[in-house]
Design a protein around this ligand. Structure first.
Ligand SMILES: [Zn+2]
Length: 169
């Protein structure tokens, strides 16, 4: 089975045990945030490698890397063959900074667009401008999947529903 299909079947499963899915997403969001924090430290470096090599580089399993590649794809300058990729497929993480910031805003992921690494990339004014541009656009995107009782991905230690997910449930 193609890796992306395997990841999506697992992560968006309608039939899986809810506790298992919660754990999967909670772990995924933490790893995702760690990878973005590393990438944003050198935002102009185009990281390249096979799916497997990148998983090793960021100390995650291959499926987590596949989820990450799925999530970042629409923010890349040169998109990857995510539908067909296998462990040995060469991929890149060369993202468009403005687009990535806006996609984080679109996903409602403030634990990502508020990463302190962004402060070195864009001024506060620029960040506000990008935020507004995204909020004013009419594009509707699906929100990232987090369950009410998950720990909030911002790292506060509170439940999502009591922190950044307040009012969403
Ligand atoms: Zn939070």
């Amino acid at each position: 089975m193609a890796l992306l299909k395997e990841w999506r079947d697992k992560a968006y499963s309608e039939t899986a045990n809810k506790g298992d899915l919660q754990r999967l997403w909670t772990e995924y969001f933490q790893k995702e945030r760690d990878i973005y924090a590393i990438l944003l430290k050198n935002p102009d470096e185009v990281v390249k490698g096979t799916v497997k090599e990148l998983a090793e580089k960021y100390s995650v399993d291959v499926m987590t890397m596949v989820g990450f590649l799925d999530g970042i794809d629409e923010s890349l300058k040169e998109r990857n063959p995510i539908e067909e990729m296998e462990e040995d497929t060469e991929v890149n993480l060369g993202f468009d900074k403005e687009l990535l910031y806006k996609n984080m805003v679109a996903a409602g992921a403030d634990w990502l667009y508020n990463l302190p690494e962004w402060e070195e990339i864009f001024s506060e004014e620029k960040r506000k401008e990008l935020y507004k541009e995204q909020k004013d656009s009419t594009t509707v995107r699906k929100e990232q999947k987090i369950y009410p009782n998950d720990p909030c991905p911002c790292g506060s230690g509170k439940k999502y529903k009591k922190c950044h997910g307040k009012g969403k449930f």
